[in-house]
Design a protein around this ligand. Sequence first.
Ligand SMILES: Cc1ncc(COP(=O)(O)O)c(C=O)c1O
Length: 341
Amino acid sequence: MTGLISGVARLRLAQLPTPIEPMPRLTAYMGGPQLFVKRDDLTGLGLGGNKVRKLEFVLPEAAAIGADTIICAGVTQSNTVRQVAAAAAKLGYECHCLIIGDRIKPEQYRLDDEYARSGNYLLDGLFGMHPHPCSIHDNRDQKQLELADQLRLTGKMPFVIPYGISNARGALGYVNFVIELASQLGTGDVPEQFDYLVHASGSAGTQAGLLVGTKAIIPGLRIVGIDVDADADRVHRDVVRVARATASLLGCDQTGLADLVTVLPGYAGPAYGVPTAEMVEAVRLFARLEGLVLDPVYSGKGAAGLIGLVRGGYFKPTDRVLFLHTGGWPALFSYASLFPV
Ligand SMILES: Cc1ncc(COP(=O)(O)O)c(C=O)c1O
């Protein structure tokens, strides 16, 4: 099975394999189907999450060009920036990030100023990330290139990480996830097969890797992406594009790949990062019934999607459904006002 990615350069950064756990109390509360969780919130580095898997396949490129500096971009509470900054710290790179401060307007959603200081952003500072202010209205890619030019003038050798770490190489992290999942099926509490995998989908690399991996190795497993960007058509297009690029990188058959893409709208709320009542309910249910911590922007909305699909009769009662916990929980602290104790 590992043959699919053998020969591809990889740097070990994540604590793997991540566990698969049954969620019996959530299953009972919902009245079925059988719900399980794969704990990619436990990938370790910099408090973990899905980006650590992607970085294992993207950062060898930085080493290959002799980089000493990493550049990336994200919102104030970006999980990507946190995990990139942690990896940069561990590997001894300088880290410079465009911080998009105005994609979410905290005051509009009754978030206090913790949004601008706490959670991921606090950790970015601890990991030594150098922030560069950016607006959602700026040309982000252009600004990253300009930042790279400026750093070159000071003698640095920068490497620019693609947005969300969602290019073909980043997606290999989730091809590798499927290889890992296949090796866990039928062991311990883990069933022989899952019928569905549900997860939060945004910049598309996670879902693209899952699709390429499952098509090759676990074809019976249906992948359901929950749009968290309030733009399911864009997410869908990006999943198709990145999945094709990933399949082509691995020399995999692309026939029918685009037909496998499911990105469901309806759970993001009015815009990215904006709290919804369904997300708050999902965060509370996972916490109270399973002791699991979700985040308000990604895994909380993914879980709201899972709960909405169960209630809407999307699954058969006998289905075995795996929720992919993609991490992100440090952001919860920057939304503290939504969860009064
Ligand atoms: C916690 C979390 N879950 C899910 C996602 C979505 O993954 P992708 O961008 O690969 O679609 C992200 C992306 O930032 C994330 O931080």
